[in-house]
Design a protein around this ligand. Sequence first.
Ligand code: FHN
Length: 588
Amino acid sequence: MHKQISIRSLLLLMILLPVCLVQAQPSLDTPNAYSTQAAGDHDKKMDWWRKARLGMFIHWGVYAVPAGAYKGQEIGGLGEWIMHDASIPRREYEQFARQFNPVKYNPEAWVRMAKDAGMKYIVITSKHHDGFALFDSKASDWNVVKATPYGKDLLKPLVEACRKQGMKLGFYYSQANDWYNPGGAAARGHWDKTQEGSMDEYIDKVAIPQVREILTLYGDVVELWWDVPTDMNRERADKLAALMSLQPGIITNDRLGGHHDGDITTPEQYIPATGIAGRDWETCMTMNDTWGFKTYDDNWKSSTTLIRNLIDIASKGGNYLLNVGPTAEGEFPAPIVERLQAIGKWTKVNGEAIYGTTASPFTILPWGRATKKVEGNTTTLYLHVFAWPKDGKLLVPGLTSKIQTAKLLANHKSLKIATTTEGLVIDVPAKAPDPVASVIVLTTQEPLTIQPYVIQQKPDGALVLGAELANIQSYRNEGSAMTEGDWDARNIGYWTNPRCWVSWKVNILKPGTYTIKAIAATPAASSKFRIEIGDQVLNASMNSTGDYNEYQEVTLGKITIDKAGQHTIAIYPGEGWNPINLRQIKLN
Ligand code: FHN
């Protein structure tokens, strides 16, 4: 499992926070791309993207040559940040370009692999923070044609392959951070005199012409993926935003800076707990721990995790932009190919339950996720079952609408159903059709009625409140509480915002005084929070467990519940709160 939050993500949050504040009070005098469009036009523009659900991100550049090592030393962090992280002088970094010769580059094969995985669009880094352009730029010689032995534009054949295979293509462009072209920004300042210059000049002479190039030389560009708005004041951002008129229908993200919030919000390396209300959003994520290729990063997420992430994201109404970091020779590393194939195998059978669906109507499903489609007066619910029931009965808690049909998506076999006071019970075969996620399709002509999920106290008095059963109150883009990790070991993580809180609805059979324990982790010296049940409040705290991944059982104190029946148990950050990963609360 990956770390809860990296320093870099924190930096990004800090950079984005002012953007969020501006978003709360949109400026009316200077329109942004989103606000200039009528709602109907905007929906039309977003239509293909909302149906797509899965895309491929490609981070490729000169950094694939050092591939994470410099002067014989492994440089920690992200592969594409090596120039910055190892403070490599410009002249030395240029040597890597002289070795960048991707003779095995086969864009036809790349697009085929994306397509076979079920991906509907590709976004490639036309220029990353090292300033190196993958295209034949007239604005800077620091590009693949002029600075490498390969000498050919890398975007052109990709555009061609996408056109042939019906794949949509978008470009990532690092508009502010540029560690090569003079005047470009750098997160912790320049380390080489030759980087220095005027940022306004850099914007006018490099960024603007280059963005114009990528928007005019390559046909339809579906997405402009800005990244990291360091020092992007309103004036600089406005100039770049104005270029979007070169590609009517282009979708932009929220990372340009200035007052531009774009069309989509882009959680990085995490899945928001409850989606992002009122916004289109796209989680971008690596398959291991780096975007750009590193020879020694073997911390691969399993195919199961990636497929379940896709389902989780679709169930919250978002898109998944999954990253590939090709080698300097132009190949996808074998673990990536293997994962793309596994994703493709699953989407081939179950794509109907992903593409063109909308978010789940359920807040909590103890065994997996759901997606939905509405056509005319028919609602189709797709139940993605991760934890297949051992007793052959799948309870869909709280679902009381009359269901017309129930079948397995994999083989279209009908399933027997019964409506009970607890919800819909589906008779399922003993063995899951797919151990990763099996999809059951329900249809109804009735409006959906779903009762809230209530956790029942066990006959022995124990009450287990798992992360997967929590109602999570999180806030868009400000850091949020969310469940993450493997299905059987999930936690509420990224709980960086003290305004976020979590709760569980429970049914107490036996009133009494209970000891509350948590399974949790935090690297902070301590963290303080409040547990509330009705008017009972327990001020609790935990000490450091050493790391976000080091879970310990901690006793938090006692609380009295004096009445049987339904209660809400909530946890709020208190004075002295520090982020924690919370896997479980238990009352005994
Ligand atoms: O710094 C970059 C990073 O290298 C990578 O490109 C990611 C992808 O979303 N964006 C930035 C960090 O937010």
